[in-house]
Design a protein around this ligand. Structure first.
Ligand SMILES: O=C[C@H](O)COP(=O)(O)O
Length: 249
């Protein structure tokens, strides 16, 4: 059975002290929940966050990693480095990585393979741009992002995959996909996975929605049958908002 997940992607926000403060506030206010709760602080604060959350159920995850084992890749971080500090889950394919750091489907397929090779969990992000939605090409775009990066995986590898559908036009814009639009795309994603694999792979994978999720809209979005939680940006930077979103699931 698939898990409910609420994850906070802190992006390039919060210094060491601010990270510490937000984590303690979050740990103190965390509601009882059956959902997995995850936070992704910046690389420099990951090890500290793991130590701070040692006795909490909140899991620390990474925002990115390189596909190589090690070597001359200045500024990059490997899967082993993450595992070594106690981080076993990584976000890959975020639209900001695709747009600002030229991450292609081909690079992402290598990153996914490298993470799975180390038995890590991958939170794979994808989603269409505004022009794709306007030209009614959004289903094709999403299908090809999934196909190019994930559909050559063995069915067994899918137990390590979490999907995060994030329409680019809804990220940080305040504009959210309607619950109906989210459900329509999530159902399409599950159908596409069923066709590529089978219903058991499709039904067991958690599909999160991301893009301007706030306390005010979380309940309605999470209430849709194919939406298994959210990947939260801006609203995860305030403990009270993030807690309210966790309560909504
Ligand atoms: O990774 C999170 C997403 O980019 C959503 O960000 P947002 O909640 O600020 O729109």
């Amino acid at each position: 059975m698939r898990s409910k997940i609420v994850a906070g992607n802190w992006k390039m926000n919060k210094n060491a002290e601010e990270t510490e403060a937000l984590l303690s506030e979050l740990a103190a206010k965390l509601p009882d929940t059956n959902a997995e709760v995850m936070v992704a602080p910046t690389f420099v604060n990951l090890a500290g966050a793991v130590r701070s959350l040692e006795s909490s159920v909140v899991k620390v995850i990474a925002q990115n990693m390189h596909f190589a084992e090690n070597g001359a890749y200045t500024g990059e971080i490997s899967a082993d480095m993450l595992l070594n500090i106690g981080v076993d889950t990584v976000i890959l394919g975020h639209s900001e990585r695709r747009a600002y750091f030229n991450e292609t489907d081909e690079i992402l397929a290598k990153k996914v393979a490298a993470a799975l090779d180390k038995n890590m969990r991958v939170m794979f992000c994808f989603g269409e741009e505004l022009e794709d939605r306007k030209s009614e090409n959004h289903f094709n775009v999403v299908e090809s992002q999934l196909k190019n990066a994930l559909f050559s995986l063995d069915a067994s590898s899918w137990s390590k995959i979490i999907l995060a559908y994030e329409p680019v036009w809804a990220i940080g814009t305040g504009e959210t996909a309607s619950p109906e639009q989210a459900q329509e795309m999530h159902a399409f994603i599950r159908k596409t996975i069923t066709e590529a694999y089978d219903t058991s792979v499709a039904n067991d994978v958690s599909i999160l929605y991301g893009g301007s999720v706030k306390p005010a809209n979380a309940k309605e979005i999470f209430g849709k049958p194919d939406v298994d939680g959210g990947l939260i940006g801006g609203a995860s930077l305030k403990a009270d908002d993030f807690v309210a979103i966790i309560e909504a699931i």
